[in-house]
Design a binder for this molecule. Structure first.
Ligand SMILES: [Zn+2]
Length: 467
């Protein structure tokens, strides 16, 4: 029995690990690598394994860096099942279709430019087409939390709450080979305890090997409890100047958290029925999935639903579908809140809203998510005086506020707490840190050793750990 680290090893994207037991080959996650454009294209075109040799996939959650290479796997001949939770299956349905259509339109754009510039580059092909995404969606096999299932000889799978995004799971694999039994636990991405909407990350008994994410291994987040009041203060201040509040937001989870925060603020009487626009078709679709999967909610969110109120539906919210309506928001002088994608301001309608308000010192852009290097979002975080949008330089006069507490990831203290409890409930498990940048991983590794963990490793891509 062993596990090989194929992706999200000493980096945060492209999650993919291969588990081999008793002749069965399982993939834990099958995600896209995300980084500089050319490197991403090259790494995502080829898979590090023979897709036909994989029996099944176990998918921890719907984020594209965990699920986005599934259509590639199908394209290369995978014929097994993709086990995941019911909510993740629904989210992945929307997100994989969206990923396929983005790739198609990116390829069309690059090919038009190729023709216009008369370059001799070969025609640009998308990573995969809609039919590959649909083939992957058809393989999705939902499995409820806490319902063990034998998915192959010697392999029993159980999902537990990870509290990261809707449907996210900690994966427990009970493995048996030649009479030897071992329990491998993969944290997936872990959420924050006491965060709104979802139930908290769980811990479980009997782990022999632990694969643990380490995204924020070197950082502590602001407390959740302060986020609502800070958001309300930013909105009130901006509206008093007659400005707009722009919230670039990932379509999955972050957008729903912001909508939930606005709903709570209104219920608490801290915010009136201000105009709110949700301008992202994918966000609208994913929010509908949230409303169907109440089985994932914590008790506070369930109580709110029982009172007849959607947790994601503040008063006076408008879901924008067509582009003309989107443009009309920018043309109007009315103060409003605009929640729009993409999260890092690299694409999507948020870019147009930013361009329209960038030189308006009355307005504010509120940063609620991680902004990678080389993105427009990162340049806003750095409060640069000038930024480029669609190749044109603009003066930035819009205010920038950071609300880092909205993170969907456990911070350093949360990770240490989770590992300590898992160690106490397991068999002195061996720990492998995945899904983190090396600097964050080293800090977390040292702390876990100081906490008493006996074996902690930071596997490199391709490394193998015997279970
Ligand atoms: Zn994630």
């Amino acid at each position: 029995m062993h596990v090989q680290f194929l992706g999200a090893a000493q980096t945060v994207t492209g999650s993919m690990h291969l588990v081999e037991v008793a002749g069965t080959r399982l993939l834990l996650d099958c995600g896209l690598f995300q980084g500089r454009r050319q490197e991403s294209i090259e790494r995502n075109r080829t898979l590090p394994i023979d897709a036909r040799s994989i029996d099944h996939v176990v998918l921890s959650h719907a984020h594209i860096d965990h699920s986005g290479a599934l259509p590639t796997l199908l394209r290369h001949g995978f014929t097994g099942r993709i086990f995941t939770t019911p909510a993740t299956a629904d989210l992945a349905d929307a997100m994989l279709r969206d990923a396929a259509s983005i790739q198609r339109s990116d390829a069309d754009y690059l090919n038009r430019r190729r023709v216009r510039m008369r370059t001799h580059e070969p025609e640009f092909a998308p990573l995969y087409e809609m039919e590959d995404a649909i083939a992957a969606i058809e393989r999705l096999t939902p499995l409820e939390y806490h319902a063990p299932r034998d998915i192959a000889p010697g392999v029993r799978l159980t999902f537990f709450d990870a509290g990261h995004v809707l449907g996210s799971a900690i994966v427990a694999l009970d493995l048996e080979e030649a009479g030897v039994r071992k329990r491998l636990v993969f944290s997936g991405d872990l959420g924050r305890p006491n965060a709104p909407i979802l139930r908290d990350p769980e811990t479980l008994d009997g782990a022999d090997v632990l694969l643990v994410e380490s995204t924020y291994g070197d950082r502590l987040h602001e407390p959740y409890t302060e986020m609502d009041d800070r958001l309300a203060a930013i909105i009130t201040r901006t509206f008093s100047r007659g400005g707009k509040v722009l919230v670039p937001s990932f379509a999955l989870e972050r957008a729903q958290e912001v909508l939930h925060s606005l709903t709570r603020l209104q219920l608490a009487g801290k915010l009136g029925p201000i105009p709110i626009y949700v301008d992202s078709p994918l966000t609208v679709r994913l929010t509908q999935v949230f409303e169907r999967h109440t089985e994932c909610f914590d008790s506070e969110t369930l109580a709110l639903m029982k009172s007849g109120r959607s947790p994601f539906d503040p008063q006076n919210v408008r879901y924008v579908s067509d582009v003309e309506e989107s443009k009309a928001i920018d043309a109007s002088d009315e103060p409003c809140v605009i929640v729009s994608a993409s999260g890092m301001c690299e694409a999507g309608r948020i870019v147009h809203h930013l361009r329209a308000s960038l030189d308006d010192p009355r307005s504010t852009v509120v940063i609620v998510g991680f902004m990678a290097q080389h993105t427009l979002g990162r340049r806003l975080v750095e409060r640069r005086d000038h930024v480029r949008i669609f190749g044109v330089e603009h003066e930035r006069r819009i205010g920038v506020e950071l609300l880092a507490g909205f993170s969907a990831h456990a911070d350093q203290a949360d990770l240490r707490g989770w590992v300590s409890t898992m160690r106490a409930r397991g068999h002195s498990p061996r720990i492998a840190l995945v899904h983190g940048e090396p600097a964050a991983q080293r800090v977390l590794c040292d702390l876990l050793v100081a906490d008493g963990a006996i074996s902690v490793t930071i596997p490199a891509p391709g490394d193998v750990l015997t279970i």
